[in-house]
Design a binder for this molecule. Structure first.
Ligand SMILES: [Zn+2]
Length: 128
């Protein structure tokens, strides 16, 4: 679940707000959890998604930099894609997670594409 950071325009405290989904963030009307004021300023575009996963990535990054990325090794690619997604601060969705899981299980991207016809370039109506 995405967490957005805001600063209250009234009491100037930093407020962390859970937003149900990425689509909901633009229409969200968060209120300050300290004073209840509803004029909050969004602090950063970066979103903390699944903190546990990010810290896992951080520990991975410690001993496995991108220097050893092997494009022919699905596991190596999966690790790289997870890192990129984490740094982008985007929730890539269940499908992305499934692809990564399959890559980590050793499946080639061709195999994954064949079994998941939806995987591929967005059709043009992407939210991104
Ligand atoms: Zn406030």
């Amino acid at each position: 679940m995405p967490i957005y950071e805001y600063r209250c325009r009234k009491c100037h405290r930093r407020v962390s707000i859970f937003i149900r989904s990425f689509g909901a963030v633009e229409s969200a009307e968060p209120k300050c959890t300290f004073c209840g004021h509803d004029q909050l300023e969004r602090l950063v575009s970066r979103v903390a998604v699944r903190k546990s996963e990010e810290s896992r990535l951080d520990s991975l990054a410690d001993d496995a930099s991108l220097g050893d990325l092997d494009e022919n090794d699905p596991k190596s690619m999966a690790r790289w894609m997870r890192k990129m997604a984490a740094e982008a601060g985007e929730d890539m969705g269940d499908e992305f997670d499934e692809v990564i899981d399959r890559m980590e299980a050793g499946q080639s991207f061709e195999d994954i594409e064949q079994s998941m016809p939806d995987v591929g370039p967005p059709a043009g109506d992407s939210d991104f």
